[in-house]
Each structure stands twice: as structure tokens, then as C-alpha cells.
Design a protein. Structure first.
Length: 459
């Protein structure tokens, strides 16, 4: 067998985000193939064999790659619309357009979403895709193919909707699937694409969209399907006061109690948003180790409110960060969510004690790995873990006068990414993607956005 190739990174500040929050002011990381071989202070060990590259990372902070825990890639081609709406009005305004997407549009939108995240330090992405118009093509395959081409580690949460307007839901009637159709298509997606191995690049989750767009039977059978197949479960939960009212009117209980009644609490589940949670809701999530994808920018954009992240963390709830769809977070970047999570949570009850810089970094790295069920593989810089990491440049005008590198990364302007590695392969070089043509992606997304707008206008 060929000898494993090594990449040596030296002279960097390092935030490992391990259990002890170990940091090195001047340290090294050695990559051996797709694994981290060593991390420590000072220079790398001498006598390493088959070193194919040495990186002088002076002026940089090395962190684990960022992990995105909630997104809707297709929304990249409907950015900037319905900008003054709350969630329900925003959905009603945009569903008629979203219901006309096709495979070409979805692939272009996935490329745009992935490109923006990857060039900003995301090494593991996820997409919650739940709009499958009839005759639209292989949308799941298009999304997975885009992630494969980008070189990003990826979880597709195969979504579904079966509660349309005629059943009291929000989506148009022609935008939903049948119960049996959704379950069958989800099972086929898992069978075709899910990889359960340690270094998997593609995994699948079962992900009915939300209580107000999904029947109780789809929620219940979706949970049973996921556990039979051994994959994770994802949905939206407790995002707005309107959702809570909807659940009480339709089910006679709040969202968390409804989720528990349908089998949707557990350590294999994570929910997006969880803004309107009372103490008993948080206790239920902590007791069952149900995870949360915190999306601060989207929550602010849609005026949903401030999630009780400090209380969740204190109770032991796993929490990661999410971009959310770019029709409600037009920047599409996760590294800006580190700062926004910290600042927005300081507007809540805990004020300046809500979150600090290192807690914010943990949310975006190890917290995300926990939520996706991959904490033994990614999310921290430790020997034996997968070689997913980012070099942030902090010695230029934007950050050079901030002494602490983690503070500079979280409190400062969005830091440039000099290099990003996924599975030991470099996918970003000096802020540009090295796996795809960014300009070609931009052109494609612009063309598909115009095509979709034209089709929606004619309809």
C-alpha cells in the first residue's frame, strides 16, 4: 500500500474545541491522509515521513471546520423577496414560486448555497429539502451531486409535505406529496445515498417539514421509518408564536408535547429554531438529548424572536448553528452566525452573560457535530478525527489589533479563509474555491433565478 501522505501546519494559533477547550498560542496540526494525526504546541514532531506539504500559518487561527445544521439550498434563487413578512406570511408569499422549481434550478441553487458556505469556512453542510413538485426531476440527486462536486461533507435531510391548503396547511395543493409517496421516496433516498461509515461524505436524514405542513401520520411513520433504517430525524419546531397557536388549535397541545406524542424527541432528532420554548420544553429536550439548530439571523429576519440558547446549553441540550434558507438569511454564510448568535442572545434575559466567544465557536463546530450525530468524527481538532479544518487569516487590518484570536474571529469582521480542508483535501485557497468555478456558479444561479421568476410570473 502507498505510504500515507502528510500535511504539516505550523506557527498557528489553534483552538481545538476539545472537551477541555485546549488552545495553543503557537502550535501545529499534522494531517495524515484524511485524519488528524497530531495537534500540539510548538513545531510538529521531527522525522515525519512522506510530508508532501508544509504550511507556515503565521498570523492565522486554526479551528475545526464549521458545521451547518439547518439550510434550504433551493432558496438561493429566491433571495431578497418578501423582506417585510413574518414566517407564515412569508411562506404564503413564496410557496407558489417554490412549487415551480425543477432539477436544473435546484442544482444551481445548491451550488450557490454550498459555495458561499464553503468559502466561509463550512466543511460540513446540510440541506433540508422538502419541496418536490411533480415532474421536477431528481432533486435529491442534484443536491447530493452539487455537494460531492464542491467537496463538502454533507447531510441531506430528505423533507416532505402532505398537508396542503385544502387540509388546513400553508403549501399549495400541487406542491405536496402523498403520505405513501413521501415515505417511499424517502426510503429510496436513504437506500441509494446514505453512508454510515466513520468518514462518510454523504448521509441522509428523514425530515418531514413542519407541524403545519405535515400530517400527524407522516410525522409518526417518518419517525418509525428513520429508526428502522438507522438514520437521524429532522424538522422545524417552535419557530413562531403562530406555530404554537396552530399546534394548540389543531392538536390540543404545544409543539414539544406534539413532537413527543409522535415519537419526535430523542438523541437521534434535531429541530430547527426552537425559539418559543418554555422551561418544560427545554427540560424535555435535555432529558431526551434532542438537538437544536439555532438560526439567529433568520429568526431576526422573520421577527420570530430570540431562542433561549443559554438556558438550553445550561440544561444540556445539544445546540448547533444553522444558516437557514437564503430567502430568510440572504448572506448564506455560517461564519457570520458565530457573531450574530453571540450578539442576539445578549439582547435576551441573560444580557452580557448569555454567550462568550468560545461558546459561540463551540456552537458552530462541536455543537453542530453533536446535532448531526457526528461528534466522534468531526467538530474538534483531536488525533484520530477527520481532517476537516480551517485556517482563518487574522493578521490583516480587520483583526490585527485584537490580541485574542478567538475573540477576533467571533467579535470581529468576517475573517478571510486562507485554507479549508475537508477529509484532508483542500477545497479553499486564499478565499477562493478550488473545486468549482465561482464565477460560473454565480452566472448559473442568476440565470436560474430569472427563469424561475419568469415561470412564476406566468403562472
Amino acid at each position: 500500500m502507498a505510504a500515507v501522505q502528510r500535511i504539516v501546519i505550523e506557527n498557528a494559533a489553534i483552538a481545538t474545541v476539545d472537551a477541555q477547550d485546549t488552545e495553543h498560542a503557537d502550535g501545529h496540526v499534522v494531517l495524515a491522509g484524511n485524519r488528524i494525526e497530531s495537534v500540539g504546541a510548538g513545531r510538529a514532531p521531527g522525522g515525519l515521513e512522506n510530508v508532501v506539504r508544509r504550511i507556515d500559518a503565521s498570523g492565522h487561527l486554526v479551528t475545526p471546520g464549521l458545521v451547518n445544521t439547518h439550510h434550504h439550498f433551493y432558496q438561493w434563487i429566491t433571495r431578497g423577496l418578501a423582506t417585510d413578512h413574518n414566517l407564515f406570511d412569508w411562506l404564503v408569499a413564496l410557496y407558489p414560486t417554490w412549487a415551480r422549481i425543477d432539477e436544473r434550478m435546484v442544482r444551481a441553487a445548491a451550488q450557490g448555497s454550498l459555495a458561499m458556505m464553503a468559502r466561509g469556512g463550512v466543511t460540513t453542510a446540510m440541506d433540508h429539502h422538502y419541496v418536490f413538485p411533480r415532474g421536477s426531476g431528481d432533486l435529491s440527486g442534484a443536491i447530493i451531486g452539487a455537494a460531492r462536486d464542491m467537496g463538502v461533507r454533507f447531510t441531506l435531510a430528505r423533507g416532505s409535505m402532505d398537508r396542503s391548503e385544502k387540509d388546513g396547511g400553508l403549501p399549495p395543493d400541487f406542491a405536496v406529496e402523498t403520505l405513501d409517496g413521501a415515505l417511499t421516496a424517502t426510503e429510496e433516498t436513504v437506500a441509494e445515498h446514505h453512508d454510515a461509515s466513520f468518514d462518510a461524505m454523504t448521509q441522509i436524514a428523514v425530515a418531514p417539514c413542519s407541524p403545519f405542513s405535515v400530517s400527524t401520520e407522516l410525522m409518526r411513520q417518518g419517525a418509525q421509518l428513520a429508526r428502522r433504517l438507522g438514520v437521524r430525524l429532522h424538522t422545524h419546531g417552535s419557530e413562531t408564536v403562530e406555530e404554537e397557536k396552530f399546534c394548540h388549535e389543531l392538536f390540543g397541545m404545544g409543539p414539544t408535547d406534539y413532537f413527543e406524542s409522535t415519537g419526535w424527541l430523542g438523541e437521534d432528532v434535531w429541530m430547527a429554531h426552537c425559539v418559543h420554548m418554555n422551561d418544560s420544553d427545554i427540560d424535555a429536550f435535555a432529558r431526551t438529548r434532542t438537538g437544536v439548530a439555532h438560526c439567529p439571523s433568520s429568526n431576526a429576519r422573520l421577527a420570530a424572536g430570540i431562542a433561549r440558547v443559554p438556558d438550553m446549553l445550561a440544561a444540556g441540550v445539544p445546540v448547533g448553528l444553522g444558516v437557514d434558507g437564503t430567502a430568510s438569511n440572504e448572506s448564506g454564510e455560517l461564519h457570520t452566525e458565530l457573531r450574530n448568535a453571540l450578539l442576539i442572545n445578549r439582547l435576551g434575559a441573560h444580557r452580557q452573560a448569555a454567550l462568550n466567544a468560545r461558546q459561540a465557536l463551540r456552537l458552530g463546530t462541536f455543537g453542530g457535530a453533536q446535532v448531526l450525530g457526528r461528534a466522534t468524527q468531526i467538530g474538534s481538532l483531536e488525533p484520530g478525527k477527520l481532517a476537516d479544518l480551517v485556517l482563518w487569516k487574522l493578521d490583516s487590518l480587520a483583526h490585527a489589533s485584537i490580541a485574542d484570536p478567538v475573540t477576533a474571529l467571533v467579535f470581529g469582521a468576517a475573517a478571510p479563509v486562507t485554507a479549508s480542508f475537508v477529509n484532508g483535501r483542500q477545497i479553499v485557497q486564499d478565499g477562493r474555491l478550488s473545486t468549482v468555478d465561482e464565477d460560473a456558479v454565480a452566472r448559473s444561479t442568476r440565470e436560474e433565478a430569472r427563469r424561475l421568476a419568469g415561470i412564476a410570473a406566468q403562472a
